[in-house]
Design a protein around this ligand. Structure first.
Ligand SMILES: C[S@@+](CC[C@H](N)C(=O)[O-])C[C@H]1O[C@@H](n2cnc3c(N)ncnc32)[C@H](O)[C@@H]1O
Length: 355
């Protein structure tokens, strides 16, 4: 006789009890088991590194119209807010759910200074309460690897599909090591998943499996995309999005870009903000016109600089830079070899002050 499969709500109530107990015992350790006693700085630094590597630098998530600073992201299983904090720096809004009220209480305390984070204690199986088609991106790390039920995981994926806007991406990590033994009673070792399982789940829940990495390992990452135009036959969909990207590039949108100052002297530093490319290395093309001489433009120069997670970079002006006007004519993401965006911003380099 087949063993009776417990209901989703019975599994959820076990997960809730266990995660509440883990949060009371040593939340930070059960969230990131690399250290038994985390300092708050190291705990959140680890989350920031994960966000930078797994979200901000992920070319699949940037594609074309990916301006994080305008996007609303959904995080499943936020714990004490380890990654949520860094997500809030890069995204317009973060909506984060967790099954454990104890974890949500910790996250609420840890993130109380942030105005764009919305924390929700959920029931561990769905996203009820979150509106349909409201999120641009959904993300989950080291959560599904603990869920001991394929049904619950499938239910979450259906729910994410409901909450994503068309074209939105769900990037998540599952247990990919098929040797892992998982039972419904154990809420630490979740059900493992093969690439075939992932393909089947994507199809069942209306997603396209865009790509995967780490198959067969604990860190099996999946990129599920909600089709942008479900009414267009599948083989034509990627051609359609490519065409759209070409049109968008052809229009060569202007990049929003600001300087901390209009005038700078040789040897000083100014801040340039390009919020469209947080955390990325960008190329900057500029023309330089010397103060009084003709012809006015002496050439187009391309330089690069690294932006922080808010899209800002400090740019030093060389001590021997001659006085004149520097006009930034274009920027592009070097990290993702993106298209050039036209700009028309000028900064004045004033003559060096006499020592
Ligand atoms: C290992 S922690 C990871 C937290 C966070 N993702 C991070 O990387 O810092 C796992 C978190 O997932 C939550 N969790 C476990 N099962 C869940 C479920 N079915 N639904 C929502 N959250 C869940 C736990 O309460 C816990 O906070």
């Amino acid at each position: 006789m087949q063993p009776k499969v417990p209901s989703n709500s019975a599994i959820a109530s076990r997960m809730e009890q266990d995660w509440d107990a883990r949060a009371r015992e040593n939340a930070e350790f059960y969230i990131a088991t690399g250290n038994e006693r985390w300092s708050p700085e190291d705990f959140f630094r680890g989350g920031k590194i994960n966000v930078e590597n797994d979200i901000l630098a992920d070319p699949q998530l940037i594609r074309g119209d990916g301006e994080f600073s305008r996007m609303r992201v959904l995080e499943i299983g936020c714990g004490a807010g380890r990654m949520t904090r860094a997500m809030a720096e890069a995204f317009a809004e973060v909506h984060a759910v967790d099954i454990s009220a104890e974890m949500i209480a910790l996250a609420t305390r840890n993130l109380s200074d942030l105005r764009n984070v919305f924390l929700h204690k959920n029931n561990g199986v769905d996203l009820s309460g979150l509106p349909s088609r409201s999120c641009d991106l959904a993300f989950s790390f080291i959560v599904f690897q603990h869920i001991p039920s394929r049904n619950v995981i499938e239910n979450y994926i259906r729910e994410v599909h409901r909450c994503l806007k068309p074209g939105g991406m769900f990037k998540f990590q599952v247990q990919g090591c098929m040797a892992v033994e998982s039972t419904h009673e154990d809420t630490w070792m979740g059900v493992p998943m093969s690439l075939d399982d992932a393909r089947a789940l994507a199809r069942l829940c209306g997603f396209e499996l865009l790509c995967s990495s780490g198959e067969g390992t604990q860190y099996f990452w999946l990129w599920f995309q909600k089709p942008k135009w479900p009414w267009i036959p599948k083989p034509l969909q990627s051609a359609a999005s490519q065409a759209l990207r070409h049109v968008r590039n052809a229009l060569r949108k202007r990049a929003r870009l600001t300087f901390s100052t209009r005038k700078v002297r040789p040897g000083e530093t100014y801040i340039v903000a390009v919020p469209a490319f947080p955390g990325q290395v960008i190329d900057i093309a500029y023309e330089y016109s010397p103060a009084q001489k003709a012809p006015p433009v002496i050439g187009v120069v391309v330089e690069w600089c690294q932006l922080d997670s808010r899209g800002k970079a400090r740019i030093p002006v060389p001590a021997d830079h001659p006085a004149g006007r520097v006009r930034i004519t274009g920027v592009r993401s070097r990290t993702h070899c993106g298209p050039w965006f036209r700009t028309n911003k000028t900064i004045e380099v004033a003559p060096k002050l006499a020592p």
